[in-house]
Design a protein around this ligand. Structure first.
Ligand code: SAM
Length: 227
């Protein structure tokens, strides 16, 4: 037994199932970091989460589709004065985040290992002070554009959760995703604050962004304010 038995414990296993023994660790960590009952099975009445109890009254931020969790852990370390809830259905990404969290020792993160849309309806209205949507799935084919996150179907529930004045950040390397975001987000009750080829000052490169850079694609960083 080393002093860090979890080192690389949740390592990269893209495309592979987690080993049963790893699933035990995953389940234990996830139980400790649960934001409360989110799924319809656990919370059929959709009772709102008690964010004050979760984070002791700190402002709460939300990351949708955190992938491997680089950005979430970075923000959690940078901002111990806030609580951050992340949603990600890709279980190996969740495992990567858990490994990073163990190494970082951040205590201000809670994880919903599933669809962000299930989280939206159990977050109290106007409870989120900042939201991140970083490199959402591009759905490049025109006939799949309605599956993108930035549609009225998702933006309405997100708007309900965000506090007036809350920042909503979107990063993407897909030019047509920028177009759709600029078209769809303002009518859902947001104003555009900035649209930049440069990332935010507190940025850290995510796994997906690193892949985009390797493949020669640049990115756009959009900041909206919830009206
Ligand atoms: C292209 S990846 C980017 C991941 C990460 N943000 C990054 O920049 O490396 C998009 C992520 O969104 C997640 N995702 C897709 N639909 C989602 C949903 N409805 N709720 C939460 N996450 C979702 C996917 O599982 C995937 O990990």
């Amino acid at each position: 037994m080393t002093d860090r038995p979890h080192r690389n414990f949740y390592g990269r296993r893209k495309g592979k199932q987690l080993k049963p023994s790893h699933e035990t660790y995953l389940a234990e960590d996830l139980a400790a970091l649960s934001p409360g009952p989110v799924s319809w099975e656990e919370n059929p009445d959709r009772t709102p989460l008690d964010l004050a109890a979760l984070f002791g009254g700190r402002p709460v931020w939300l990351e949708i589709g955190f992938g491997g969790g680089e950005h979430m852990v970075h923000q959690a370390e940078l901002h111990p004065e806030v609580g951050i809830i992340g949603a990600e259905p890709y279980i190996n990404g969740v495992a990567m985040l858990l490994g990073k969290l163990r190494r970082a020792g951040a205590e201000n993160v809670r994880i919903h290992p599933g669809d962000a849309r299930d989280l939206f309806d159990v977050l109290p209205a106007e409870s989120i002070a900042k939201a991140f949507l970083l490199y959402p799935d591009p759905w490049p084919k025109a006939r799949h554009h309605r599956r993108r996150f930035v549609t009225p179907e998702h933006l309405g529930p997100l708007h309900r959760c965000l506090a007036p004045g809350a920042e909503f950040r979107v990063a993407t390397d897909i030019e047509d995703y920028v177009r759709q975001t600029l078209e769809e987000v303002p009518p859902a009750g947001f104003e555009l604050l900035s649209d930049s080829p440069e990332p935010w000052a507190d940025w850290i490169r995510t796994r997906y962004e690193a892949k985009a850079v390797r493949e020669g694609r640049s990115s756009r960083y959009l900041t909206f304010r919830r009206l």
